[in-house]
Design a protein around this ligand. Structure first.
Ligand code: SF4
Ligand code: SF4
Length: 173
């Protein structure tokens, strides 16, 4: 089993993440099943603390793996807000950048995201989709309700992976 090293570069962490997540998949699944059955009373506060601590140490600008490998869903409000920012009509924005996926959700036509710059800055940061603002959702209230998506996110987001590892060390379920 590979062990994650916090002294390696961000790119090394990103590269080893899929295998690490695969190694932990069954353990995480069992842990989340217990979490759903009996969520601790202070879970919201615990998740907020773990999230704040991890993102205090993680520089997303060194990473951008979410923007490079998986796109957000766009709500109608996102489309209106972003098209206004780009000074184009919502319909034109949809035609140019989005497509409807198999679940009938509006998603990006391509990844890496068109709005991601070479410096990892987001070109529409102030008006970015709600899903981008909230990713990887580790500070979500009632975190036990989003464990299925978290099982996937630990293979994409090094911070989410670290948060789940710290959760398992902190919580006795
Ligand atoms: S949210 Fe996660 S995947 Fe996205 S840039 Fe930050 S650390 Fe990387
Ligand atoms: S809109 Fe911005 S934050 Fe969202 S995926 Fe694209 S580059 Fe990343």
């Amino acid at each position: 089993m590979i062990k994650i090293s916090y002294f390696c570069s961000m790119q090394d962490r990103i590269d080893e993440l899929p295998q690490l997540a695969k190694d932990k998949h069954i353990e995480n699944k069992k842990f989340f099943a217990k979490l759903k059955k009996r969520p601790p009373k202070k879970l919201d506060q615990i998740m907020q603390d773990l999230h704040d601590q991890e993102f205090g140490e993680t520089d997303c600008l060194q990473c951008a793996n979410c923007c490079k490998t998986t796109g957000p869903l766009f709500t109608d409000k996102d489309v209106v807000r972003i098209s206004k920012f780009l000074k184009i009509k919502p319909k034109r924005f949809e035609e140019q950048y989005l497509r409807t996926d198999e679940d009938n959700d509006l998603v990006l036509q391509q990844t890496p995201c068109t709005f991601l710059g070479v410096d990892n800055y987001c070109g529409i940061y102030e008006v970015r989709p709600k899903a981008c603002r909230e990713y990887p959702h580790t500070d979500r209230k009632k975190f036990q309700q989003i464990t299925n998506i978290t099982l996937k996110n630990v293979a994409i987001c090094p911070a989410a992976y670290a948060i789940v590892e710290k959760m398992k060390a902190r919580l006795t379920l």
